[in-house]
Each structure stands twice: as C-alpha cells, then as structure tokens.
Design a protein. Structure first.
Length: 160
C-alpha cells in the first residue's frame, strides 16, 4: 500500500474543510497528497435543437471549474509544504474516486460531507456514502464546520 492520501474535492465549502484536514494529515504523516476532482454533467436523455452546443458549454464550464479547484488545492498544498499531485477526471463521481484510489493503492480517502438532510440525500445521492461503500481503503468524511457550510445547510433546509 502506498503512503498517499487521496483528497476528493469539488470546491464546495465542505470540501474546503476536508482539504484543510487532508493537508494537516499529509503534513503530520509526511505523506504525499493526491487531489482528485471529477467532472460530472448530467443532462436529459432526449435531444433538441441546440442540445450539442449546450452540452459542450456545460462540459467546458465544469472542466474549467475542476481545473480551478485543483489549482487552488495545489497552491494550498504548496503553502503547507505538502507534496501534491492533482488528477482531473470525468464520469460518475463515486466510481472515479474509487477507481483512482484502487489504481494508486492509496492509504486513505478524505472528502467532505455536504450536511444535507435525508430528503436532499435521497434526491441528489450522497458521494460520501457511495465512496464509503465502494472504497478499497479507509475513508475519512469531514463534516462541514466552516461558517459558509453552516449558512448553506441552513439556507437549504429553510426552504423545505
């Protein structure tokens, strides 16, 4: 088993909390960090005029977001004195995170929890739960503790 720690991040406030935790662990264990972000765009299965252009625009926006998240994570790792490699991939989020973890034989996966209630998890699914069930190694799910995370959770639940 390698000594790498895999950080799965989407740039959300809860992912920022997980990033801080992963950097602290990597530094304390003198372990390299592999930051993974997954492009994921879902669209209706039916087409219409202009569908291809909209799909390409959404893919380009998601790709730019993923690359930006990974660049920021790399910068934070450099500032913390942690060796960090970034991996951008595309596909089903849980499958891609677990695939990279298997391929690299990582020691630990770190990711954030959005703090959604049961309704939101049912509708949107839970990446952290999916990774915990499919991961080839231990998984650390970091609850969102930052003020931005709590504000978002409060705003999400206030509309239910």
């Amino acid at each position: 088993m390698s000594s790498e720690i895999l950080l799965a991040t989407d740039g959300s406030p809860s992912a920022a909390d997980a990033t801080r935790e992963a950097l602290e662990l990597a530094k304390a264990l003198d372990a390299p960090l592999v930051a993974v972000s997954v492009e994921h765009v879902t669209l209706p299965s039916y087409g219409y005029y202009g569908y291809a252009e909209i799909h390409e625009d959404l893919l380009a926006a998601e790709r730019a977001h993923v690359l930006g998240v990974l660049a920021e994570t790399s910068r934070l790792a450099e500032d913390a004195g942690v060796e960090c490699e970034t991996v951008a991939c595309s596909g089903a989020v849980v499958d891609e995170i677990c695939r990279i973890a298997r391929e690299r034989d990582v020691r630990l996966i770190v990711l954030g929890a959005h703090g959604w209630g049961a309704f939101h998890r049912f509708v949107f699914g839970s990446v952290s739960t999916g990774v915990m069930h499919d991961a080839p190694c231990p998984v650390l799910v970091v609850p969102g503790n930052s003020p931005a995370t709590h504000e978002r959770v409060h705003a999400d639940t206030a509309s239910i």
